[in-house]
Every structure is written in C-alpha cells, then in structure tokens.
Design a protein around this ligand. Structure first.
Ligand SMILES: [Zn+2]
Length: 1014
C-alpha cells in the first residue's frame, strides 16, 4: 500500500484547526460590556459589584499593570436558541498559548456568589442547558490586569514587577464578549480526534495500531461536510467508536491523574494577588467537580486554604463541601511548598506542624505525603522531618530539571542523613502542569525508570499560576485514555491512594542516600540577600522568643504569647515559599518581604525584652545579667539561662607586622593580616597548626561576571568561574580596636561602583576570627565571593543542614560531583583531616563552593571554601540587591565538628544583657552532653502549660546524655513534631527523676513533652 501517512496527518491538523474547533460555537451574539476600574489596590467584592460602570467595547484597551477592573456583561439569549446549550465567551485579551502569567478574571452573579474563574484556556461560562430563549444574562467579572513578566522574550529586565515602577499603560484589549451556542457533539469530536491524533503520533510508524488509527481518523474526516460540521459531527464520531473502544494492553503503564494547579504563593506577582489566583482556581475546580463526577482535584499549601477562608468565604464554602465529599483533596501537609535548602531545622519542622494542624482542624484530614513538586532541591535532613511529622511519602518532579545528570529512579526510598527512609515518587511525566496531551502520556510511560518491577505513576494535571487548573477538555481526554490500546491507562486518583498502590506493588524499591541536589537554580542560595537575612534573623529571634517566653511563663507566670507566635511563625513560613526565600520573585515581593521581616524583628525583640525583664526583675537591682539563648554554655553563662556578667581578663594584642599589616593574637589564635588587608596566617595555638594554605591569602573578595544563559535570579552557570577579579587593592588597612578584650583591623576597598568595609576581630577567650563585611553594592550581573584557601587535605567536607550536616565532595570526579559547584550551608562548613579541622561559620549567607588544588611547591592540598555574598541579576527584579548589606563570616581553626556546631549557634545568637535584681536565671532544661543540642524550648501549642523541648544528636555519632529539668517533673513523653504522643522515636528516652536519659542515633531528633508537677 502506498504510504500516505503524513498526508492524512496534515489533513487532520488543518481540518481540526480551521473547521472543527471553530464549529464548537456555531452561532453567537455580542454582549454589552461596562467597566469600573478600582483606583488602587483590589476592593472587596461587594464594593466592586456596586461601583458605577462606564461603557467599554470589544477592542478597547483596559488594565494598567496590577490594576483591577470590574466588568459587567449583559445580554439576552435569542429566542431562536431555545433548547440549545448556551455559554458566555469572555476573552479579556488572553494569550491562549500561555496559560497563566497574565490577566485573569473571576465571574460573579449579581448576588455576589462566585461562578468560576476566567483564564486563557478557560473562557466559557455556562448560561443555560437547555436555554429557554429570551432569558436575560447579567454577570460581573473581577478582572486583574496582571502584567506579563516572563514572556516570549524571557529574562529581559522589566519595570513591570512592582506597581511603583510599572507605569499605567493598559496591558490588554477586550477580545471577545459574546453569548454563543455550544455544540457538545462537535466538542466531543474535537476531543476524539485530538486524543487519537496525539496517540497516533507517539506510536511506532511500523506498528499496526498506528495505521488503524490513521484509517479511522481518515474515515471520520471523510464523513465531515466541511460546510456543515455541526450537522455531520455525529456521523464522524461514529467512525471513531471502534478504535476508541480497543482496550489498553495488559502491560500498559498506569497513570494516576490528579487535578492540580501549581500556584506559587508569590512569584511574578505579589502575595495579595496569589490570594485571588487561588480563589479563581478554586472556584473553577469546585465548578468542574460538580460537572464531572469522575474528576478529583488536589490543592497543597495550607496557607492558600487559609487565604480563601479569610478573603473569599463564598469560595471557601464550596471548597469545604468538596473536601467533605472527598473530591477536593488537601495535599502535602505543609504551610507552603517551601524551599527546603535554607529553612532552619525548626522552621522546616514548623512547615509541617502548621500545615498538618490546619488540615486536621479544618477538614479532619491528616496528610501522609509531602507535596513539593517545584522545590529547588531537598536536603538530607528532610526525610527525618517528614517522618517525625507523621508523614511517610514525598512527591516532587523538580529533579527532572537537573542540567547534567538524569536521576536513575522515579520511585524509590530516599534515605536521609540519620537513616530515615521515605517512599518517594518523581512523576515521570516531568511536569506538574500535565494537560493530558498524548505526548505527555507517552513520555511518562517511556520515561518511567522502574518498568518491569513497577507500573504506576502520578500525573498532576492542570494549568497552574493563574491558568485556572484542570480544564473540562483535560477531563474529557482522560476519560478516553482510561483504557485505550497503545496508550498508558489513565484514571483520576487521590495522591494517598496512588502512594499506597505504588508502595504495595514495589516492595523492594531502590535506595538513594543523601540530599536530592537540584543541578539548577543554584544561585537561589544567594539572590536577594536581604530577604534571606530576614529569614535567618526571624528564625533566630523566634528561637529566643520561645525560649525566654517559656522560661518567664514557668518561672514568673508571664502570659505566653501563643497567638502572636502562631501568627509570626506562619508569616515566616510563608516567606520560605520556593520563590520568596530563594530570591526569584519580582521586586514588589522582596520589597514587601524586607518590610515584613523588619516588623517581625521589632515585635519579637519586644517579646524577648518583656520576657527577659520579667526574669531579670527590677532594673534598680543594678545587676547586669547576661542571657545566653544558644544551646551551649559560654562565658560561664549556662545555655538557656542568665548569669551576672563577669569581665574576663582580656589578653588580646595587636601589633604592626613587618612589611605592612598587623598581627592579632589572643593566646588561642594568632592571625596575620598583610598590608592588603588579607589573612596570610591563622595559627591555632593548641595545635600550633597553620590554617591558611602556604602562599595563599584568606578573606579574599573575588568578583566574577555572572550572566547565566537563562533564569537570571535563579541560575549561576558553571562558566562564571572562568573569569575572576581578586579585589586586592585596599583604600585603608588600620587598627580598629586595640584590646585587651578585643582587637580588630579595619579594611576598606572600592571596586566598580561599590565599596566594601571589613572588620576582622579577635575576642578574648575565643578561637574564632570574626569578619564583618559591609558592602555598598552597585554592580550589575556580578557575583561576589569571599574566599578562604585552607591547608587541609580532604575528599569531602560537611555543611550544616536541618538537624545535622551532610557531606559533599571537594573534587569533581564524576559528573554528579562536578554539578554541585554551588551548594547550601546553614551555620557552618567544616573540613578536616583526622585529628584537626577548620570550621567556617556564618549567620548571614547560604551559598558556597569548595574546590581543591594540589600545590607544586610542597605537594600539599589547598582546599578553598568560598562564601557567596551577593549577586546582581536583573530579572525578575532589575535592581536585585543594590545598596547596603552586612555579613558576618568567621574562621575557626582547630575546630572539630562539635566546635563548628557550637560556634555556628553562637554567631547567630549573640548574648543579650539586661540590668535587673535577679542573681541568675537557671535554665529550664540542661544537657550534660555537648553533642546533644536543644533546637527548641517552648510551651506546648495546645496551651496545656507543658514544656516542649526538641533535642537532636548534632555530631553524626551516637550520644548518651541526660536532660535535667530545673522544675519538678510529673511526666516526660516522646512526641511527634505536632506535639502528640508518638511511639516512632527509636532512641532511648527514659524518665529519670527530674530529667530524661537520652541515647540517640547519629542525627536523631526527639521531641519531648515535659509536664511540670503542679
Ligand atoms: Zn513553583
């Protein structure tokens, strides 16, 4: 037979496009439209409905960036349409090729009840089926003129990302405002032909099924009268019945589809717009659930539910009902889909606490899956946190975005740093916006790495970010793919049901140990430094606030600020969303974040001050108390307590160095700063060992050009390293403090349009050199690093993460090692040879890189740690990071891992002083083993007055110790993160008088609920 395949395929494409799809709406009449534009920010629904309207017509421009217009559309269903299905078609000026990321609308009835959202791929509103004819139509649309930030010329700098710079040029033109007849038979024919045509294209050209489909499609096309598509569509469909009825082969891949809209809690729009995006999508999805009985939808992020509840109660009522029906499924159990690299141990835990608690309280549902489809990499600390939150599964697809290496599994056990294993699934469809296209379904089946031993995968299906979620077309296609020869079999499935089925069919899945590093978006550890520092500061202040407020509550009866802490935590958790903390949002978001963090800091300082005042007593008492909020004792002040300040002897000295520069010495550490202000020597007195590599200079600022190929705020591409400028020239190198309590040298430099001042300080009794760097940054597309070339020979180094640390290679042996050229640290990076190591600690930055070189002169190894201070990407915020910044980084030669842990906490939790009448404040709890670290001391969230203490093993070994309480203890119960009694703790937790004996595994965390005797 002659091969006419391409001819028939081309025919299908043209006839669908030019004749069949347009015939879905064969007749239409225009609606009249009027408009009111809110003068500023969005107004309440009632106000928008009531505002006076002015005429506007199709073709007219509307919508200054970020403005809101209330449109009213009115008309009458023609008498001739009686008995037919009638829909309104409302095209606000959408670009259908880009679902989401542009204008959107929410349709209301005159009584203020919501109908559904309007989105580029979802422009219809059902009016009547069947219509009586002659009925009036009156609808209102709250239309948001969100400007396109990321368009067809992506990553060009734009001023549209902040209402303060966006101008007032209208962004859209009304495109279509009609009443139309909806021909369901033609609509069904479109779906038949799309499903078969798309499946056909994925099948082998020499396979019989492909040809069967081709001939069936050809017969259908032959049956269509191109001048009367509506009259012949049913006949065309009849030719497709048989091929659509052929069942899937027994070995077909099984896809659990779940309706979804990945909605970024802020990104290319401000937080306030997400509130509306979520409401529009939820309105759409609850409407679709009513229309489509098989369909199921899932929504993650408790914060988004809370927003609808607060701001759109009329939509929330529909959501609550659909959740109760089991069809609108809350997923994930986190407050937001947060970043996981940067949040602290406690913050990561609280993401689950507040997320799960919300779903339990609102819906009585406890999620067991962590749902993080889009997060930029996953730390080795996360599995234990997931498990301690009472969850057991993880879903993400983001690792499929890795630039270099293809992950070897789609379904596997993920083992964290403590040995906890979590059943994990990466949807092989490689997207969280599946649209049920044949190419996506075939890709999922082909791509699935676990074929032969497993058969199930999940496909989150629907347009996110203002695309409106799942469409009725996707539901129609899924129905055809349920059991279709040549295709994977698709059915709607809840995430928990998917996981249970996938786990059951795969009893021995492969294991991946350690972090799930995303080989992309590495610059999100550095971009928007002020947002990141706001997060760090808030986390530290929350630790102190909980500690001192709990102490004051138990000791003095001061009221514990439950509600304020709840609200502040949720605000901090929200800002850990995977486009806010990573620094990849528009200027508006980061401007607001900075202000929000400043407000939180002021409020937390006030709470800390009030608690410490209650503990310190009357200021007239005249005793200066030192409060230590860190988990280790220091300067004779116990951890979590306060004591009268004792001035140490102070033996710091600074002397001039021959040839320029200075020598700083405190008996523990001797640091030599040269005439350029660089550290040429740092000798730890205890061992006599030099930390700085011979011939190298530490505290070196290095400037790189930084213009990635795409994703400016997100990415730094490896080639950035090819070009570097060492900032050597100093404007000033001078003594800043002369001892004896501390000595310091100040170094000033200027480069490009920027200036930097550094203060290098050595304090009495401390083995730590603190380097405070203040930068007035006015560069574009540059990357600023602070380098420490160290004389340490090691193949791996440790970087702190949640409840422990993870190791990464210092070499680039494999493509996996080489890809980790920028990575995350919490408070420290530590590198060591047996018996001796160096820690670098910081309360300021997250990004770093570590490289190694072997010296020709002496054969030794130079391992260089470089902290990432600042970048200056111009998209999506054209002025990212411009202005003043402060950083602290500290060098601790001779540090074991325990020293790294201790100094890491110490730099982020400085001592506080307050004058009062108390002689001391005894800590509520004390541990007798340094490796056991307290990560939180707080009152139980249930208001019972119980004390909750979280402890973890911090060194990566086994540790035994005793936690002693300074109050009479009635009961001590191990709990999960939600503070519920829990038998999942594997370590030993044994009540022992007024205390608890603990024996923990490496990095094991345990949450204790301690009930004081009353
Ligand atoms: Zn996202």
């Amino acid at each position: 037979m002659h091969d006419d395949r391409t001819l028939v395929e081309a025919r299908l494409k043209r006839v669908l496009e030019e004749r069949i799809r347009p015939a879905v709406y064969p007749e239409s009449v225009p609606l009249t439209v009027s408009v009111w534009t809110a003068p500023g920010e969005p107004v309440p629904v009632a106000e928008g409905l009531a505002a006076p309207r002015s005429p506007i017509a199709v073709g007219d421009a509307w919508g200054a960036p970020w403005s809101t217009s209330w449109l009213t559309v009115a008309g009458t269903v023609p008498e001739a349409w009686a008995g037919r299905t009638v829909e309104a078609l409302i095209d606000l000026g959408f670009d259908a090729n880009m679902p989401g990321f542009q204008c959107e609308g929410l349709v209301y009835r005159p009584d203020g009840s919501p109908v559904k959202g309007l989105n580029p791929q979802n422009q219809w509103v059902r009016i009547a089926a069947p219509a009586a004819g002659g009925e009036p139509v009156l609808l209102h649309v709250e239309a948001a003129a969100n400007p396109v930030i990321l368009d067809y010329h992506p990553f060009l700098p734009t001023e549209l990302g902040d209402k303060e710079t966006a101008g007032d040029k209208p962004q859209y033109r009304l495109a279509r405002m009609d009443l139309a007849v909806f021909d369901e038979t033609v609509w069904q024919l479109v779906l038949d032909l799309e499903v078969l045509g798309e499946l056909m294209a994925e099948l082998p050209a020499d396979g019989a099924r492909r040809w069967e489909l081709l001939r069936a499609v050809e017969r259908a096309l032959d049956a269509i009268d191109l001048q009367d598509v509506n009259g012949t569509a049913a006949a065309a469909r009849a030719h497709l019945v048989e091929v659509l009825a052929a069942p899937a082969v027994p070995s077909a891949h099984r896809i659990g589809a779940i309706g979804h809209a990945h909605i970024d809690s802020a990104w290319l729009w401000p937080l306030r717009e997400t509130v509306r995006k979520v409401a529009r999508t939820a309105a759409n999805m609850t409407a679709l659930l009513e229309d489509e009985p098989d369909f199921l939808y899932t929504m993650s992020q408790a914060q988004q539910f809370a927003w609808i509840k607060e701001h759109r109660p009329e939509v929330y009522a529909r959501v609550k009902k659909a959740v109760a029906d089991g069809r609108f499924v809350p997923a994930g159990g986190m407050w937001v889909e947060s970043d996981t690299n940067m949040p602290s141990s406690e913050a990561m835990a609280r993401q689950f606490v507040h997320g799960k608690r919300f779903f339990l309280a609102e819906f009585g549902i406890e999620n067991e899956e962590a749902w993080l489809p889009d997060t930029f990499g996953f730390t080795g600390g996360l599995p234990q946190i997931i498990r301690n939150a009472g969850s057991k599964w993880l879903l993400t697809q983001k690792i499929s975005w890795s630039q270099i290496n293809k992950f070897p599994h789609h379904t596997f056990l993920w083992e964290g740093i403590d040995g906890t294993r979590i059943f994990t699934h990466f949807p092989p469809v490689d997207t969280y916006n599946c649209s049920m296209k044949g190419s996506e379904i075939a890709h999922a089946a082909r791509n699935f790495k676990d074929k032969g031993v497993a058969r199930h995968s999940l496909a989150p299906t629907g347009w996110g970010d203002g695309g409106g979620g799942t469409t009725r077309e996707m539901v129609g296609k899924a129905a055809r793919l349920r059991d279709l020869e040549g295709s994977a079999a698709v059915r709607w499935q809840r995430p928990a049901e998917f996981f249970a089925e996938a786990e059951a069919e795969y009893p021995k899945p492969p294991v991946w140990v350690g972090e799930l590093y995303l080989e992309l978006h590495r610059a999100t550890l550095t971009s928007q430094a002020r947002t990141k520092q706001g997060n760090r500061r808030s986390e530290n202040l929350l630790r102190e606030t909980e500690l001192w407020c709990a102490t004051a509550a138990l000791r003095t009866g001061l009221a514990y600020p439950y509600e304020r802490l709840d609200r502040i935590w949720k605000t901090v958790l929200l800002h850990q969303f995977h486009d806010i903390l990573p620094g990849s949002s528009i200027a508006w978001v980061h401007r607001e974040a900075e202000a929000t963090y400043a407000g939180l800091a002021a409020e937390l300082e006030e709470l800390i001050g009030a608690a410490q005042r209650a503990l310190a007593g009357d200021p007239a008492g005249g005793r200066e108390l030192v409060f230590n909020g860190a988990p280790h004792g220091r300067s004779a002040v116990p951890a979590g307590g306060a004591a009268v300040a004792v001035a140490g002897p102070g033996d710091c000295a600074v002397t001039a160095r021959e040839g320029g520069g200075f020598v700083l010495d405190n008996g523990l550490l001797r640091v030599v700063v040269d005439g350029d202000g660089l550290v040429v020597s740092a000798v730890d007195a205890a061992s006599g060992r030099e930390a700085v590599a011979p011939g190298a200079r530490a505290n070196l600022l290095q400037l790189h050009p930084d213009f990635p190929n795409m994703w400016d705020a997100w990415d730094v591409d490896q080639f950035y390293r090819n070009t570097v400028t060492d900032l050597l020239a100093a404007d000033e190198v001078a003594v800043h403090a002369e001892g004896p309590a501390e000595v310091a040298v100040r170094v000033a430099r200027s480069f490009g349009s920027s200036t930097v001042t550094q203060t290098l300080t050595l304090r009495a009794g401390s083995g730590r050199l603190d380097i405070d760097t203040e930068v007035d940054w006015h560069e574009a597309e540059k990357f600023l690093k602070l380098a420490f070339p160290l004389d340490v020979h090691t193949e791996r180094y440790a970087a702190e993460t949640q409840f422990g640390h993870q190791f990464r290679p210092t070499h680039t042996n494999t493509s996996w090692d080489a890809a980790k050229f920028e990575a995350c640290n919490h408070r420290f990076v530590h590198l060591a040879e047996p018996g001796w190591g160096v820690a670098l600690v910081t309360p300021s930055t997250y990004g770093h890189d570590v490289t190694r070189a072997v010296r020709a002169e002496d054969g030794g190894t130079t391992t260089t740690v470089r902290f990432s201070l600042l970048r200056a990407p111009r998209f999506p915020d054209p002025r990212t990071d411009q202005g003043r910044h402060r950083f602290r980084h500290s060098l601790v030669p001779g540090a074991e891992i325990g020293d790294a842990v201790r100094e890491g906490y110490a730099v982020g939790l400085p001592e506080r002083r307050m004058t009062g009448s108390a002689e001391a404040v005894r800590p509520l709890v004390e541990l007798d083993q340094d490796a056991l670290v307290v990560s939180a001391v707080k009152l139980a969230d249930d208001g019972s007055g119980d004390l909750v203490v979280r402890v973890y093993e911090s060194g990566g070994g086994r540790a035994r110790g005793r936690l002693a309480t300074s109050f009479a203890l009635a009961a001590a119960v191990p709990c999960d993160l939600l503070e519920r009694p829990w038998d999942g703790t594997r370590g030993e937790v044994v009540a022992d008088g007024d205390g608890v004996r603990l024996a923990l595994r490496p990095f094991e965390l345990v949450t204790l609920r301690l009930t004081p005797a009353r």
